[in-house]
Each structure stands twice: as structure tokens, then as C-alpha cells.
Design a protein around this ligand. Structure first.
Ligand code: GTP
Length: 196
């Protein structure tokens, strides 16, 4: 039987407890949201297949517990991830400060070429905002990664964030998407025309 997908990418979400990792995954995989908070114990995953530039990409999205006491279990999953999403809560300054520690944890535990993405979640709670967009923009630029503000509650930027990470992994895997190929072809023509 033909495979139902072209690529399988394993993604992992990390970040402090309560920032909304589980809710982001549930919004992405099931288009649902629940206000009740049940802290993740250990690790779990959900699957959704997306279409990126004509390719079927099966995303296996791993949810980790943010609580310190599960760290030994959760860091064991970093190595197999092709993309890691770092999540903070825009209403919780501490969760943003801790992104530096989560970055360190990636360095220590993940594969060298892993793609990273920064998300500031709960952006529907503007009145309670503690972390300005510019602060996170700056941090993302320093680390050379993409950044989105998301809301698992309103769906804002959730699909966009996951798709952008999947697209970056796809490009890195050496399979240029049509848009990228067009760009490459234009660049080659320009170089040929200029004789350089
Ligand atoms: N307003 C708002 N609340 C959110 C959003 N995302 C999550 N929440 C709430 O925040 C709480 C924690 O969400 P979870 O997704 O369980 O957090 P987590 O990061 O998985 O937490 P751990 O499993 O302990 O690591 C829940 O009460 C959610 O309803 C959001 O985008 N907006």
C-alpha cells in the first residue's frame, strides 16, 4: 500500500509548566481548547498530517511536562526531535526568563542540527501582558530562530507556527519546496547572466 505521507517529522514542545504546551498541541491536532488545567505527567504525543508545498508531512508532536521533577524523562526525548518549540506565556515574565535555560537544555540534550522555534502563548490575554513582543523578537534574533505570538484559546498563529517549523525542517532536509526552487532558479539565472 502507498505511504499516506512523504515525510515524518518529530517535533517536541518544551517550556515552563502552565504556559500552554498541551493546549497548543490539542488546538493544532484536534482544533479544540479546554480551560481546565491538567498538568502533563511525563510525555505524550499527537499526530497531524499537513500539506506543505505539495508534500504530505506527518507531524508527530511530543508534549513534555514542564515540571522540574520530570526533567530526566523529558530530556531523553530531545535527541529524536527534528524540531523543538520553546514556549513561554506572555503574561508570565518568569516563563520568558526561563527560555534561556530551556535553550541551554536543548544544547545539552538535542541533536546538533535541530530546528528551533520560539512561541509566546496566551496572546489573547493582552490586558495581562508582561512580556513585550520586542523583547522576544530580540531574543529570537539573537538565537537566529523564528518567533510567533500564539493563542491556543483563539487559534491565533497556531497552524502558522507549526507549518513554519515543518517548512524549515523540509528545506533543511534538502528537499526544496517549489517557492524555494523558483528562488534558486532565479538566483542561478542572475548569476549566469552576470557572469559571476
Ligand atoms: N487564555 C489562555 N489560556 C491558555 C492558553 N493556552 C493554555 N491556556 C491555559 O493555561 C493552562 C495551562 O495549559 P497547559 O496546556 O496544560 O499547560 P502546559 O504547558 O502543558 O503545562 P504542563 O503540562 O504542566 O507543563 C490551562 O488552564 C489552559 O486552559 C491560551 O492560549 N490562552
Amino acid at each position: 500500500m502507498a505511504k499516506a505521507y512523504d515525510h515524518l517529522f518529530k517535533l517536541l514542545l518544551i517550556g515552563d509548566s502552565g504556559v500552554g504546551k498541551t493546549c497548543l498541541i490539542i488546538r493544532f491536532a484536534e482544533d479544540n481548547f479546554n480551560n481546565t488545567y491538567i498538568s502533563t505527567i511525563g510525555i505524550d504525543f499527537k499526530i497531524r498530517t499537513v500539506d506543505i508545498e505539495g508534500k504530505k508531512i506527518k507531524l508527530q508532536v511530543w508534549d513534555t511536562a514542564g515540571q522540574e521533577r520530570f526533567k530526566t524523562i523529558t530530556t531523553a526525548y530531545y535527541r529524536g526531535a527534528m524540531g523543538i518549540i520553546l514556549v513561554y506565556d506572555i503574561t508570565d515574565e518568569k516563563s520568558f526568563e526561563n527560555i534561556q535555560n530551556w535553550m541551554k537544555s536543548i544544547k545539552e540534550n538535542a541533536s546538533a542540527g535541530v530546528e528551533r522555534l520560539l512561541l509566546g502563548n496566551k496572546c489573547d490575554m493582552e490586558a495581562k501582558r508582561k512580556v513585550q513582543k520586542e523583547q522576544a523578537d530580540k531574543l529570537a534574533r539573537e538565537h537566529g530562530i523564528r518567533f510567533f505570538e500564539t493563542s491556543a484559546k483563539s487559534s491565533m498563529n497556531v497552524d502558522e507556527a507549526f507549518s513554519s517549523l515543518a517548512r524549515d525542517i523540509l528545506l533543511k532536509s534538502g528537499e526544496p519546496c517549489p517557492e524555494h526552487r523558483k528562488f534558486q532558479a532565479r538566483r542561478t539565472l542572475t548569476v549566469l547572466a552576470s557572469g559571476k
